[in-house]
Design a protein. Sequence first.
Length: 344
Amino acid sequence: MQFNITPLSDSIVQSIKHKIDSKTKPLGALGMLETIALKVARIQETDSPSLKNPTLVVFAGDHGIAKEGQVNPYPQSVTAQMVYNFLEGGAAINSFCKQNSIDLKIVDAGVNHNFKNAPGLIDAKIEYGTRNYQQGPAMQLDQGYAAIAKGATIVSTIYKTGCNCIGFGEMGIGNTSSAALLMAAFTGIPIKDCVGAGTGLSSSGIAQKKEILARVFKGCTATSPIEKLAYFGGFEIAMMTGAFLRAAELKMTVLVDGFIASSALLVAHALHKNVLDYCIFMHNSGEQGHHKILEYFRQNAILDLGMRLGEGTGAAVAFPILQSAIGFLNDMASFETAQIDNPM
Ligand SMILES: Cc1cc2ncn([C@H]3O[C@H](COP(=O)(O)O)[C@@H](O)[C@H]3O)c2cc1C
Ligand SMILES: O=C(O)c1cccnc1
């Protein structure tokens, strides 16, 4: 599958920087808001960017290993139950999207439950959950490709509604384990440093999770990015990978959530480096491996609130900051128009 992601052009950098520096404030005084404004302006190739129909897509999928309960404190059944909660408006992500007027879409990427065409649910089911990677690859390679393609198609459909700003979240009990394995596979950081508490393991629970995942990691012979993705899985992670790639190809502003979303981005980045040009890192998750992924990408996140939930909640909560960055660029007066002395 080919994605044609063009790197950001430098052509308007000087004019945008000039516009930012002409605003009625000391040079650089809006800090990271200035960096974000410049990035979105470059993505949209205009000095007056806008955020149109912001949308957050939650991909849900189940994990074979989660049935055993060795790496996850909550049972696998919670994934499907949370999907119903999303559809009924009762989850954290519903609250934050409602607060910030973000359109929310829920996708069944591979939950171990038959939703029987539940109203509002996008059916992209690859399979009723992945296999347990303790016994071999979580999914077949063709399932990995199919998930990437479906993620891309879902983004294309949303883009056609006029959306130019999209974030991705996930739901999948056990997926901090897949994310840790993918992190180790794509960054080279030792697996023990990638594993964290997930939804709240005790220190002995974390030690067991590390031991189990270290064994899985050692037993994996995958070499290509797609093989690694298929081995460690997550249909929701694979679909998010395709979603990141298509969103960047379509020059959308891409909102990156926490640890799981960033693990999908590691896969996308291994397939196409330029994807990072379109990404804004919305928060630093409390899951311990996340800040190391941010370091690997050499990126700073907007918020650091100790949130460790997933679902896209970090992206949705930080969204008003992104709006502030676009807002000042479009709305503030310049020294010249406001007739304010500017010695700089
Ligand atoms: C009620 C509930 C709601 C959630 N929403 C997101 N997650 C988050 O926790 C899960 C990953 O953590 P682990 O690997 O420890 O299972 C994912 O579903 C993730 O989205 C939730 C988890 C629970 C229990
Ligand atoms: O940061 C995340 O994405 C995260 C952290 C813990 C549990 N679920 C998701």
